[in-house]
Design a protein around this ligand. Structure first.
Ligand SMILES: [Zn+2]
Length: 70
């Protein structure tokens, strides 16, 4: 199962996609149930402005979307 991440940085507005597969049959999943599993200890940063995306799980959910291969 492939996971794709889309980052919309609220700081600089950069839209970045990370694709782990080329399968186009992807579906958006609700990641709110994963909130408890979001690691806020290790910083996830915007690749452009280096603004931290996961200062809190709310910040993470606002800026990062996760797609799971259907
Ligand atoms: Zn940024």
């Amino acid at each position: 199962m492939g996971l794709n991440y889309t980052i919309d940085c609220l700081h600089c507005g950069t839209h970045t996609e990370f694709r782990s597969s080329t399968n186009r049959r992807t579906m958006m999943v609700d990641v709110r149930h994963l909130t408890d599993n979001i690691d806020t200890e290790c910083a996830i940063r915007c690749p452009v402005c280096r603004s931290r995306l996961n200062t809190s799980s709310d910040d993470f959910l606002r800026q990062v979307k996760i797609e799971v291969e259907a």
